[in-house]
Design a protein around this ligand. Structure first.
Ligand SMILES: Cc1cc2nc3c(=O)[nH]c(=O)nc-3n(C[C@H](O)[C@H](O)[C@H](O)COP(=O)(O)OP(=O)(O)OC[C@H]3O[C@@H](n4cnc5c(N)ncnc54)[C@H](O)[C@@H]3O)c2cc1C
Length: 498
């Protein structure tokens, strides 16, 4: 096996200049970013506590260009990281030391809309929402809908196996990706899967989805689209206690109703969201549960009273059904803006992502409350309740001595509770750079070795997104998370977290 990419290679003094010139010959002068102040925009993803400035950023326009760049990197042992929109929350698109960023943002064309077969073929830099926009006029949409869907890319969604509010009923990204074009780390272009639902042989498409950019770069994706439902009804219910909202979620599914989405928010999140977007949420409530039913009108009409009954059994204070599409959008706008709105109540916060079995929601939420008191730090809860996918937001003040470290420790304890409850350390945000330290909570040495062998079968040199997912020192030198600080671009007023 070759030496891991993290072992810095000794290079001649003129190497960097020469490498940059060769990249420019492939991509043209506007296809390579060298300038320090421009490279800053690529030194982290949305988890800004980890930052590494890349050597270069390249902006290919075709699969052929991606392949040539990767081949150059392979021949010269240069590590690289693929990047979509950089909205990842686990430091997945963090550059490698002495490495380059391959940004797929210019590969943003929808190649084919195939309505009779209910498929869309897209380049990786297409945003999630653009897929729905491309098929909406035909009565279709793309179901996985991360809250970041207006900017995050299909390539990033594939790498993270992203979820969203409608994934409870319709499944996450892996259930909607049928085929891929992938460039392997040595530059070879391969096609896996296709437009049909099942193919003989190993499910390499399934392996690639959720592989966090460690096995190659996705340059084309064949997606399944679904017909818009005949009827959609959205409601929210408010409760005194978040545990009552959690119990309602299990109660609804136990009665055989699978809503399109079920989302919970606690009081801290309700207050900040209300202030930011005025969604009409009751600010005094301990928590709210959003429920969306969709399908044939008769089915939705039959299910609504069942849902309302469960909510009342769990002491709902108020149940409000959206009267029209405008009000429905407003209910969701509140939920989709929950992360950025949290900036109003705390200068610093750390978004976690863990999963638990749905039946243990009430108990685990109680444990998170206890841990929050133990650490004397506020924790806001907003999450995909139907999937058991929690997003605790640990609030802290980085100017107070030791508080950042306490926040990181508390977030880790919460993930520990998720695992003890039969869940996982990540639901949809990936392991990335951030959560590799927790992977051994779930896997022993043998498991990790086996996973690493799969990775080596694709990337024997460890050049493709090194330092991610696997606990170190397996493949690279660990880069610690610094306390959160405003990114230089935010400080300069040139960028903001939306
Ligand atoms: C406000 C906010 C809300 C969010 N809500 C959700 C949510 O509801 N659900 C959810 O799942 N996530 C959510 N996220 C996280 C994030 O948006 C998703 O993980 C998204 O899929 C990342 O897409 P991206 O294009 O930004 O990828 P990036 O952040 O650029 O990259 C993510 C990972 O994918 C790899 N990658 C990118 N493109 C490719 C490619 N073409 N080939 C191979 N690897 C590639 C990168 O190397 C990196 O490891 C949220 C983030 C924010 C900031």
């Amino acid at each position: 096996m070759h030496a891991p990419a993290s072992e810095a290679k000794l290079r001649s003094p003129g190497w960097k200049k020469d490498f940059g010139e060769r990249l420019t010959r492939i991509l043209g002068p506007d296809g390579v970013i060298y300038a320090d102040d421009e490279l800053i925009a690529y030194d982290c993803d949305a988890l800004t506590g980890y930052r590494v400035k890349p050597l270069f950023v390249v902006l290919p326009r075709t699969s052929g260009e991606v392949s040539l760049v990767m081949k150059m990197c392979y021949d010269e042992d240069v590590p690289y990281v693929p990047r979509g929109a950089g909205t990842g929350l686990s430091g997945g698109a963090l550059p490698a030391e002495e490495g380059i960023v391959i940004s797929l943002s210019r590969m943003n064309r929808i190649i084919e809309v195939d309505i009779p077969n209910e498929r869309v073929v897209a380049e990786p830099g297409v945003t999630n929402l653009s897929v729905t926009n491309a098929v909406s006029a035909y009565g279709y949409y793309y179901a996985p809908d991360p809250s970041s869907q207006i900017v995050c890319t299909i390539g990033g969604n594939v790498a993270e196996n992203s979820g969203g509010v409608h994934c409870l009923k319709y499944g996450v990204t892996t259930n909607h990706v049928l085929g891929l074009e992938v460039i392997l780390p040595d530059g070879e272009i391969i096609e896996i899967g296709g437009k049909t639902l099942d193919r003989p042989g190993y499910d390499l498409t399934g392996l690639m989805v959720g592989s966090e950019g460690l096995l190659g770069i996705v340059t084309r994706v064949t997606l399944r689209i679904v017909k818009k439902p005949e009827t959609v009804k959205t409601l929210f219910a408010s409760f005194d206690r978040i545990e009552e909202a959690g119990a309602s979620v299990s109660g609804i599914t136990a009665r055989g109703v699978i809503p399109a989405g079920m989302e919970i928010m606690d009081n801290l999140c309700i207050r900040s969201v209300e202030e930011a977007v005025h969604a009409g949420y009751p600010v005094e409530a301990g928590s709210i549960l959003l429920v969306e039913l969709d399908g044939p009108a008769a089915e939705v009409e039959a299910q609504m009273p069942v849902v309302e009954e469960v909510l009342r059994e769990n002491n709902a204070l108020e149940i409000r059904i959206a009267r029209d599409a405008r009000e429905r959008d407003l209910f969701w706008k509140g939920r989709k803006n929950a992360f950025p709105a949290m900036g109003r109540v705390s200068s610093d916060y750390y978004v976690q992502d863990g999963v638990i079995p749905r039946s243990r929601l009430a108990e685990v939420l109680g444990r998170i409350g206890e841990l929050s008191r133990e650490y004397d730090l506020r924790v806001g809860n907003v999450f995909h309740a139907g999937d058991g996918n929690l997003h605790p937001l640990v609030l802290y003040d980085s100017t107070k001595e030791g508080e950042s470290e306490r926040a990181l420790e508390l977030a880790g304890r919460i993930l520990g509770v998720c695992v003890e409850s039969g869940g996982s350390i990540t639901g949809e945000h990936g392991v990335g750079n951030d959560k590799k330290r927790f992977l051994s909570l779930m896997f022993d040495e043998n498991d990790l070795e086996t996973m690493n062998l799969v990775r080596c079968a694709f990337d024997e040199k460890g050049l493709c997104n090194p330092g991610k997912v696997f606990p170190t020192p397996r493949t690279c030198v660990e880069q610690g998370m610094k306390p959160y600080a405003e990114h230089p671009l935010q400080k300069a007023g040139l960028g903001e977290m939306y």
